[in-house]
Design a protein around this ligand. Structure first.
Ligand code: CA
Ligand code: CA
Length: 170
């Protein structure tokens, strides 16, 4: 009985059968494909996270650039919704509504300096007056003391992130 058992086991001692090798090759192939696929997915997620943190950074630059500015122009008040005639560039903007419909590509930093290294990104700014009764409801320009600033970040014209906040004219 023992001899018979040994004979049955004998082929294994000579090495792997062709079928075993083929199965092993298929399993290794599937494992490699899974690893490559997982790595690709990880790279994509990582790339998206980097884009998002860049977008948050660029939103913060606008928030800090505008946070010390008055809601309406210090000289002409409510005469102009948008940049006044002598305010040709963002460096000259001195009130919030100057930023309405402004698009910065390359984006600008807190001191209104262009950030060439983020040239694929755009800061798109919208400034609207909103109702004091409902800060979600836009009203006509300069008809309330509350404004909502919205900064949308686009990368190669694809929206990445957007944030709004409220300022009061006091
Ligand atoms: Ca101004
Ligand atoms: Ca203005």
């Amino acid at each position: 009985m023992k001899k018979q058992w040994n004979r049955l086991r004998a082929p294994a001692a000579n090495g792997f059968t062709l079928a075993e090798i083929l199965v092993a090759v298929v399993i290794i192939g599937i494992a490699i494909a899974a690893l490559v696929g997982a790595n690709g997915a990880f790279t994509q997620v990582n790339g998206a996270a980097v884009d998002l943190s860049t977008a948050e950074f660029l939103i913060e630059e606008i928030r800090e650039l505008t946070t010390t500015l008055p809601v309406i122009d210090p000289e002409s008040g409510k005469d102009t919704f948008g940049p006044e005639a002598d305010e040709a560039t963002v460096a000259a903007y001195d009130d919030l509504d100057d930023f309405d419909n402004a698009g910065f590509c390359p984006p600008v930093d807190v001191s209104a300096t262009a950030l060439a290294e983020f040239g694929s990104f755009t800061q798109q700014v919208t400034v609207e007056n909103v109702s004091p009764l409902s800060l979600e409801t836009p009203v006509a320009d300069h008809t309330s003391d509350f404004v909502r600033i919205t900064v949308a970040i686009l990368q190669n014209n694809r929206p990445v992130s957007s944030t709004s906040w409220i300022r009061a004219n006091y």
